[in-house]
Write a protein that binds this ligand. Structure first.
Ligand code: PLP
Length: 394
């Protein structure tokens, strides 16, 4: 048996543990007394166009083709629709021959990392980071090197980055809007990152690729823009997913877009096809490929998340908690009073509040609160947060 796989399968993620605890606890004390902020499962329903398109497809398309295998990289008409959308929305060159349909961002990342890395390579990312990055990088034979971010803004700490890049650096992996901090990298951050990667790639004689994990691209508030990285750095691979933008996390649909201007773009795309094959993905779900082709540009009601953010962040601050205002995604990353996030989460449980310690995201002393829940639950949870603040001496 493979010991590493056994280890991964035997140990549930901290988030899943908390979620399972919440379900047990709800049976004991009643669901109305448990405020589960653990999971990043969208609470906003998919936009109406999703159900309409599904109905239309089922009524009008040949079922054998609709549910059949597509080519491994995805149906050509679907890839054309996506390439057209990328080119017209972001003003960058895009081509269906550089798009590979996947089962969501997790698959996009495992495939991209396997396509790019050889044993002994390093992949640099920034804290806090999505907990599965380490698993994905190690599956590709690489080591994840997690660097600190700027403390108050969660933008990139460039001196840490410059020190960390070395001959083994295969890629830098970013996630903006970020899970769990909610930070969005500014244009200045992306421009500076591109300049550092360009200069270092040249000095090392090795192209350092930029991988961008973008399931939250459209979930931004107050007019904040998410720069499209291929405009700034050609050697980029975009790992996209419809899990959050269309509230379809269980349907497993997304794509990889290799910038056609990347060094050895054609070879990299072939390596992506090879990695998808080696990992046994076969093809992304056929029905949902065809669905998302007709839903380009549609997004779930982001204003519902913004309302949640405003209510929760405002209330928590008024109770004395401290957190950076998230510009995107649907998480608050709150400083744990006293600095011990695990102890704070245990104390929160006593008030029915299920929060996730930041340790798993590489950031001790913080907790993540997923506000992709109903507005009513947030309203009901506020007295519990107030009591928690008092119990912490705030
Ligand atoms: N990357 C980040 C930052 C995420 O938060 C998630 C899911 O929560 C994923 C990737 C995986 O998303 P998907 O459902 O598209 O596989």
């Amino acid at each position: 048996m493979n010991e590493r796989m056994l280890g991964l399968g035997s140990k549930r993620s901290v988030i899943r543990e908390i979620f399972e605890y919440g379900k047990r606890r709800a049976q004991e004390v009643g669901a109305e007394n448990v405020f589960d902020f653990s999971l990043g499962n969208p609470s906003v329903q998919p936009p109406a166009i999703v159900a309409q398109t599904l109905e239309e497809l089922l009524k009008t398309e040949d079922p054998t083709a609709l549910h059949g295998y597509t080519s491994a990289q995805g149906d050509l008409s679907v890839r054309k629709a996506i390439a057209g959308y990328i080119a017209s929305s972001y003003g960058v060159p895009a081509d269906p021959d550089f798009i590979y349909m996947t089962c969501g961002a997790a698959a996009s990342l495992t495939i991209t990392l396997s396509a790019l890395c050889n044993a002994g390579d390093e992949v640099i990312t920034f804290k806090p980071y999505f907990t599965e990055y380490k698993v994905f990088a190690e599956t590709a034979g690489a080591t994840l090197v997690a660097l600190p971010s700027e403390p108050d803004t969660f933008q990139i700490d460039f001196s840490a980055l410059e020190q960390a890049i070395g001959p083994r650096t295969a890629a830098v992996l970013i996630n903006s809007p970020n899970n769990p901090s909610g930070a969005v990298y500014s244009e200045a951050t992306i421009e500076r990152l591109a300049a550092v990667l360009r200069e270092r790639s040249q000095r090392l004689g090795r192209t350092i690729y930029l991988i961008t994990d973008e399931p939250y691209r459209e979930l931004v508030y107050g007019g904040v823009r998410v720069p499209y990285v291929t405009r700034y750095y050609p050697h980029s691979v975009v790992c996209y997913s419809y899990s959050k933008s269309l509230s379809l996390p269980g349907e497993r649909i997304g794509y990889i877009f290799v910038s056609p201007k990347a060094a050895e773009a054609k070879k990299l795309y072939l390596a992506v096809c090879g990695a998808g094959r080696a990992l046994g993905y076969v093809c992304a779900p056929s029905l949902f490929q065809k669905l998302i082709a007709r839903c380009q540009g549609a997004v779930s009601d982001v204003s519902a998340y913004e309302r949640n953010r405003d209510l929760l962040a405002g209330a928590l601050r008024s109770f004395g908690f401290s957190c950076v205002q998230p510009d995107g995604a649907f998480y608050l990353f709150v400083k744990a009073p006293g600095g011990d996030a695990n102890a704070f989460c245990e104390r929160a449980k006593g008030f029915g509040l299920l929060l996730v310690p930041g340790d798993d995201f590489g950031c001790e002393g913080y907790v993540r609160i997923a506000y992709c829940v109903s507005h009513a639950m947030i309203e009901r949870s506020l007295p519990a947060f107030e009591k928690l603040a008092k119990a912490c001496g705030l």
